[in-house]
Design a protein around this ligand. Structure first.
Ligand code: HEC
Ligand code: HEC
Length: 327
């Protein structure tokens, strides 16, 4: 009798372990500091080969041919589609040497940004000015000092002046955010690796359980490396996360409903920023930073009760839902 009980227990525990290994995400090779979700704050563990700067490149739909050196010029980034947007102010197109890299280099000329930075298109101009001021003064910083992309933004904020940021803010604020992220609910996702731009990218061919992660990867890594502003990202999210996120956002995750301040469709309201269709990795970083108090500018106080009881899973679900909405 007792033996049967033990055998039964062993079988149950064994089965549990098998199920756990099936549903749990495999361990990723990452240098992200412990306690932070690595997929929102990715840090590479190994060097990646550098492309030949003299090679030339083209992308579909643009009549330009550029060298890789031109593509990677932080003080004159590629503008493959100049007809997509109004003329860029000098600070967006060229920045100011030696310390203020062109805003368009990371945030792209159309302001749609990438997972390791942020989308600026359609943000309220006054909000942009305020955020950069808070980064300059230290009221807004990240939960980690390990992401090179964020450290670069903080240096730029410190080196830039009000006039430059006002010009950039007017420009990005006037751009329209369009659908840039394709959210896919799944149990199995492509295997990913972290590249030296603090970005996840797919490892071709291999699949693994998604577990409790959002994997935001370029639709086509080669085109993203060329800074193509016509092709965005796929966000693989766990099955059921969008609906869970919708409920949390509607109820307010233990505080006020998000719509109370971010607008009925989460497209922003006055100086409160829009959330719909924005990068889920960026959203999780911000919720984490509000919760840890490293994002602590003048208006961050309004977000503090919202994140007080929010778990990492809640953040994941909220981000899956918000990024799935049309911007
Ligand atoms: C080297 C890359 C890089 C460049 C160049 C850059 N940024 Fe950023 N920016 C970032 C990153 C990374 C973040 C996201 C920080 C985070 O995740 O916490 C960011 C975030 C921002 C935000 C916050 C957006 C939000 O929704 O709150 C603003 C505003 C911003 N940048 C403005 C600018 C302006 C203006 C310029 C040009 C003067 C600029 N950035 C140049 C990397 C860059
Ligand atoms: C009481 C008003 C209020 C409510 C309710 C509120 N927010 Fe916010 N939220 C703000 C303000 C104001 C900011 C800008 C904070 C700053 O300036 O640092 C913000 C910023 C954010 C940001 C960062 C956006 C960016 O571009 O960097 C995210 C993400 C966010 N809120 C998510 C949420 C979610 C999710 C909820 C619901 C669970 C929510 N907010 C509820 C007022 C609110």
């Amino acid at each position: 009798m007792r033996r049967a009980w033990i055998v039964g227990a062993v079988v149950v525990v064994g089965l549990g372990a098998v199920i756990a290994t099936i549903t749990m995400a495999p361990k990723q090779d990452t240098d992200t500091e412990a306690g932070l979700p690595y997929w929102a704050y990715p840090v590479a563990t190994h060097k990646w080969p550098k492309p030949d700067p003299n090679e030339t490149a083209t992308i579909p739909g643009s009549d330009k041919t550029l060298t890789i050196r031109e593509v990677n010029n932080g003080f004159g980034p590629p503008d493959w589609f100049p007809d997509d947007h109004p003329p860029m102010p000098d600070i967006v197109a060229h920045g100011r040497k030696p310390d203020v890299m062109a805003c368009g280099y990371c945030h792209l000329p159309n302001g749609h940004g990438r997972p390791e930075n942020a989308a600026l298109a359609g943000l309220p101009a006054a909000y942009i000015v305020e955020q950069v001021r808070e980064m300059r003064e230290g009221a807004r910083h990240s939960s980690t000092a390990k992401m090179g992309s964020i450290n670069a933004m903080m240096r730029i904020a410190k080196a830039s002046n009000d006039e430059e940021i006002r010009a950039a803010a007017e420009y990005f604020s006037g751009l329209k955010m369009t659908k840039w992220i394709r959210v896919v609910e799944t149990d199995m996702a492509p295997k990913t690796d972290i590249n030296t731009h603090n970005m996840l990218q797919m490892v071709p061919g291999d699949q693994e359980p998604i577990g409790d992660r959002i994997l935001e990867v370029p639709e086509d890594i080669e085109r993203t490396e060329l800074r193509d502003s016509h092709l965005g990202f796929i966000a693989y999210v766990p099955k059921g996360s969008i609906e869970k996120g919708r409920m949390l956002v509607k109820s307010g995750a233990g505080a006020y409903p998000c719509a109370a301040c971010h607008g009925p469709t989460y497209h922003g309201n006055g100086e409160v920023p829009p959330l719909a269709g924005r990068s889920p990795s960026y959203i999780v970083r911000q919720l984490t930073d509000f919760k840890r108090g490293t994002r602590n500018g003048a208006n961050a106080a309004m977000m503090r009760p919202e994140v007080a009881k929010m778990s990492e899973d809640d953040m994941l679900n909220i981000a899956a839902y918000l990024s799935s909405l049309d911007p």
